[in-house]
Design a protein around this ligand. Sequence first.
Ligand SMILES: *[C@@H]1O[C@H](CO)[C@@H](O)[C@H](O)[C@H]1NC(C)=O
Length: 215
Amino acid sequence: MASQFLFFAFLAVTSSIALASDPSSLQDFCVADAMSSVLVNGRVCKDPKLVEANDFFFSGLHLAGNTSNAVGSRVTPVGVAQIGGLNALGISAARIDFAPWGLNPPHTHPRASEILTVLEGSLRVGFVTSNPENRLITKVLQKGDVFVFPVGLVHFQQNIGNVNAVALVALSSQNPGVITIANAVFGSNPDIPADILAKAFQVDTNAIYSLQSKF
Ligand SMILES: *[C@@H]1O[C@H](CO)[C@@H](O)[C@H](O)[C@H]1NC(C)=O
Protein backbone atom coordinates (compact mmCIF):
# COMPACT_ATOMS: atom_id res chain seq x y z
CA MET A 1 0.00 0.00 0.00
CA ALA A 2 2.77 2.41 0.96
CA SER A 3 4.62 1.71 -2.27
CA GLN A 4 1.43 2.22 -4.30
CA PHE A 5 0.90 5.55 -2.57
CA LEU A 6 4.46 6.59 -3.30
CA PHE A 7 4.06 5.54 -6.93
CA PHE A 8 0.96 7.69 -7.39
CA ALA A 9 2.53 10.58 -5.49
CA PHE A 10 5.52 10.31 -7.83
CA LEU A 11 3.20 10.30 -10.87
CA ALA A 12 1.34 13.34 -9.58
CA VAL A 13 4.57 15.28 -9.09
CA THR A 14 6.25 14.35 -12.38
CA SER A 15 3.15 14.79 -14.54
CA SER A 16 2.69 18.34 -13.29
CA ILE A 17 6.19 19.50 -14.24
CA ALA A 18 5.88 21.73 -17.29
CA LEU A 19 8.70 21.94 -19.81
CA ALA A 20 10.24 25.41 -19.58
CA SER A 21 11.30 25.46 -23.23
CA ASP A 22 11.13 23.36 -26.37
CA PRO A 23 12.04 19.69 -25.74
CA SER A 24 15.68 18.61 -26.00
CA SER A 25 16.98 17.50 -29.37
CA LEU A 26 17.33 13.78 -30.09
CA GLN A 27 20.12 14.34 -32.62
CA ASP A 28 22.90 16.87 -33.39
CA PHE A 29 20.59 18.93 -35.56
CA CYS A 30 17.43 18.74 -37.63
CA VAL A 31 17.63 21.47 -40.26
CA ALA A 32 14.09 22.35 -41.33
CA ASP A 33 13.29 21.00 -44.78
CA ALA A 34 11.45 23.97 -46.28
CA MET A 35 10.27 21.77 -49.18
CA SER A 36 8.40 19.23 -47.05
CA SER A 37 4.64 19.53 -46.64
CA VAL A 38 4.52 17.13 -43.66
CA LEU A 39 3.20 18.87 -40.52
CA VAL A 40 4.76 17.72 -37.24
CA ASN A 41 5.56 19.52 -33.97
CA GLY A 42 8.51 21.30 -35.54
CA ARG A 43 9.66 20.70 -39.08
CA VAL A 44 10.84 17.67 -41.02
CA CYS A 45 14.65 17.32 -41.06
CA LYS A 46 16.69 17.92 -44.14
CA ASP A 47 19.05 15.05 -45.10
CA PRO A 48 22.09 15.68 -42.80
CA LYS A 49 24.47 14.94 -45.69
CA LEU A 50 23.02 17.91 -47.59
CA VAL A 51 23.28 20.30 -44.62
CA GLU A 52 25.70 23.21 -45.02
CA ALA A 53 26.87 26.28 -43.09
CA ASN A 54 24.18 28.49 -44.62
CA ASP A 55 21.52 26.35 -42.90
CA PHE A 56 22.79 27.82 -39.61
CA PHE A 57 23.26 31.37 -40.86
CA PHE A 58 21.31 34.61 -41.28
CA SER A 59 22.59 38.00 -42.39
CA GLY A 60 20.84 41.30 -41.91
CA LEU A 61 20.47 42.21 -38.22
CA HIS A 62 22.77 45.18 -38.78
CA LEU A 63 19.91 46.73 -40.78
CA ALA A 64 17.35 48.91 -39.02
CA GLY A 65 13.73 47.83 -39.37
CA ASN A 66 11.17 50.22 -40.84
CA THR A 67 9.39 51.95 -37.94
CA SER A 68 7.05 54.08 -40.11
CA ASN A 69 3.85 52.58 -38.75
CA ALA A 70 1.17 53.42 -36.17
CA VAL A 71 3.19 52.20 -33.16
CA GLY A 72 6.68 53.31 -34.25
CA SER A 73 8.49 49.99 -33.83
CA ARG A 74 9.54 47.03 -35.95
CA VAL A 75 10.51 43.50 -34.95
CA THR A 76 12.89 41.67 -37.29
CA PRO A 77 12.61 38.01 -36.24
CA VAL A 78 15.34 35.39 -36.63
CA GLY A 79 13.51 32.15 -35.93
CA VAL A 80 13.19 28.78 -37.63
CA ALA A 81 11.59 30.49 -40.62
CA GLN A 82 14.82 32.49 -41.17
CA ILE A 83 17.38 29.85 -40.04
CA GLY A 84 16.29 26.26 -40.78
CA GLY A 85 19.08 25.05 -38.47
CA LEU A 86 17.16 26.42 -35.45
CA ASN A 87 14.59 23.66 -35.93
CA ALA A 88 14.16 21.63 -32.70
CA LEU A 89 16.84 23.66 -30.85
CA GLY A 90 14.49 25.79 -28.73
CA ILE A 91 16.07 29.20 -29.30
CA SER A 92 15.66 32.18 -31.59
CA ALA A 93 16.47 35.90 -31.75
CA ALA A 94 15.09 39.19 -32.98
CA ARG A 95 16.10 42.81 -33.49
CA ILE A 96 13.63 45.47 -32.38
CA ASP A 97 13.85 49.02 -33.71
CA PHE A 98 12.03 51.92 -32.09
CA ALA A 99 11.41 55.38 -33.50
CA PRO A 100 11.51 58.16 -30.86
CA TRP A 101 8.68 57.30 -28.39
CA GLY A 102 7.91 54.20 -30.46
CA LEU A 103 6.15 51.29 -28.76
CA ASN A 104 6.31 47.52 -29.10
CA PRO A 105 2.73 47.18 -27.85
CA PRO A 106 1.54 44.75 -25.14
CA HIS A 107 1.88 41.18 -26.41
CA THR A 108 2.76 37.67 -25.26
CA HIS A 109 4.88 34.80 -26.58
CA PRO A 110 2.93 31.62 -25.84
CA ARG A 111 5.99 29.39 -26.25
CA ALA A 112 9.00 31.41 -25.04
CA SER A 113 10.63 33.44 -22.34
CA GLU A 114 12.53 36.44 -23.68
CA ILE A 115 15.78 38.12 -22.65
CA LEU A 116 16.31 41.63 -24.04
CA THR A 117 19.51 43.66 -24.34
CA VAL A 118 19.37 47.39 -25.11
CA LEU A 119 21.92 48.23 -27.83
CA GLU A 120 20.98 51.90 -28.31
CA GLY A 121 18.73 54.35 -26.50
CA SER A 122 16.48 54.10 -23.44
CA LEU A 123 13.46 51.82 -23.05
CA ARG A 124 10.65 51.60 -20.53
CA VAL A 125 9.80 47.89 -20.35
CA GLY A 126 7.34 45.91 -18.29
CA PHE A 127 5.31 42.75 -17.87
CA VAL A 128 2.15 41.92 -15.91
CA THR A 129 1.89 38.89 -13.62
CA SER A 130 -1.09 36.54 -13.97
CA ASN A 131 -4.40 36.63 -12.05
CA PRO A 132 -5.32 37.59 -9.43
CA GLU A 133 -2.41 39.98 -8.74
CA ASN A 134 -1.94 41.38 -12.26
CA ARG A 135 1.08 43.23 -10.91
CA LEU A 136 2.99 45.45 -13.34
CA ILE A 137 6.74 44.86 -13.06
CA THR A 138 8.42 47.69 -14.92
CA LYS A 139 11.82 49.36 -15.30
CA VAL A 140 13.63 51.96 -17.38
CA LEU A 141 16.60 50.49 -19.24
CA GLN A 142 19.69 52.14 -20.71
CA LYS A 143 22.20 50.95 -23.28
CA GLY A 144 23.73 47.65 -22.16
CA ASP A 145 20.93 46.80 -19.73
CA VAL A 146 19.31 43.36 -19.86
CA PHE A 147 15.72 42.46 -18.89
CA VAL A 148 13.75 39.19 -18.82
CA PHE A 149 10.10 38.61 -19.80
CA PRO A 150 8.81 35.26 -18.45
CA VAL A 151 7.02 32.93 -20.88
CA GLY A 152 3.39 33.76 -21.63
CA LEU A 153 3.18 37.04 -19.68
CA VAL A 154 1.89 40.23 -21.32
CA HIS A 155 4.80 42.63 -21.86
CA PHE A 156 5.80 45.79 -23.75
CA GLN A 157 8.79 48.01 -24.56
CA GLN A 158 8.63 51.76 -25.21
CA ASN A 159 11.35 54.09 -26.42
CA ILE A 160 11.41 56.99 -23.94
CA GLY A 161 13.92 59.09 -25.85
CA ASN A 162 14.01 61.55 -28.73
CA VAL A 163 16.43 59.33 -30.65
CA ASN A 164 16.01 55.87 -32.18
CA ALA A 165 16.41 52.87 -29.88
CA VAL A 166 17.54 49.34 -30.73
CA ALA A 167 17.24 46.11 -28.74
CA LEU A 168 18.37 42.55 -29.40
CA VAL A 169 16.27 39.76 -27.89
CA ALA A 170 16.74 36.03 -27.46
CA LEU A 171 13.77 33.69 -27.03
CA SER A 172 13.53 30.16 -25.65
CA SER A 173 11.75 28.70 -28.68
CA GLN A 174 12.57 28.25 -32.36
CA ASN A 175 9.03 29.55 -32.99
CA PRO A 176 7.92 31.69 -30.01
CA GLY A 177 4.62 32.89 -31.47
CA VAL A 178 3.31 36.41 -30.88
CA ILE A 179 -0.15 37.42 -29.63
CA THR A 180 -0.54 41.20 -29.76
CA ILE A 181 -3.30 41.97 -27.29
CA ALA A 182 -5.03 44.80 -29.16
CA ASN A 183 -4.93 42.96 -32.49
CA ALA A 184 -6.19 39.69 -31.00
CA VAL A 185 -9.02 41.33 -29.04
CA PHE A 186 -10.11 44.15 -31.38
CA GLY A 187 -8.74 42.99 -34.72
CA SER A 188 -9.72 39.31 -34.92
CA ASN A 189 -11.16 37.97 -38.17
CA PRO A 190 -14.10 37.82 -37.94
CA ASP A 191 -14.68 40.30 -35.09
CA ILE A 192 -15.43 39.10 -31.57
CA PRO A 193 -19.07 40.27 -31.14
CA ALA A 194 -19.12 43.80 -29.69
CA ASP A 195 -21.53 42.87 -26.86
CA ILE A 196 -18.99 40.31 -25.60
CA LEU A 197 -16.19 42.88 -25.56
CA ALA A 198 -18.49 45.59 -24.12
CA LYS A 199 -19.25 43.38 -21.13
CA ALA A 200 -15.65 42.21 -20.78
CA PHE A 201 -14.27 45.76 -20.83
CA GLN A 202 -17.26 47.32 -19.00
CA VAL A 203 -17.87 49.98 -21.68
CA ASP A 204 -20.69 50.56 -24.16
CA THR A 205 -20.63 48.94 -27.60
CA ASN A 206 -19.80 52.23 -29.37
CA ALA A 207 -16.46 52.29 -27.58
CA ILE A 208 -15.86 48.74 -28.87
CA TYR A 209 -16.84 49.62 -32.46
CA SER A 210 -14.42 52.55 -32.28
CA LEU A 211 -11.57 50.28 -31.16
CA GLN A 212 -12.44 47.56 -33.69
CA SER A 213 -12.34 50.13 -36.51
CA LYS A 214 -8.67 50.83 -35.72
CA PHE A 215 -7.48 47.22 -36.13
C1 LIG B 1 8.72 52.25 -44.57
O1 LIG B 1 7.34 51.93 -44.50
C2 LIG B 1 6.52 52.97 -45.03
C3 LIG B 1 5.07 52.58 -44.72
O2 LIG B 1 4.79 51.27 -45.14
C4 LIG B 1 6.80 53.14 -46.51
O3 LIG B 1 5.99 54.16 -47.04
C5 LIG B 1 8.28 53.47 -46.68
O4 LIG B 1 8.58 53.52 -48.05
C6 LIG B 1 9.16 52.45 -46.00
N1 LIG B 1 10.53 52.92 -46.03
C7 LIG B 1 11.53 52.17 -46.47
C8 LIG B 1 12.89 52.79 -46.41
O5 LIG B 1 11.37 51.05 -46.92
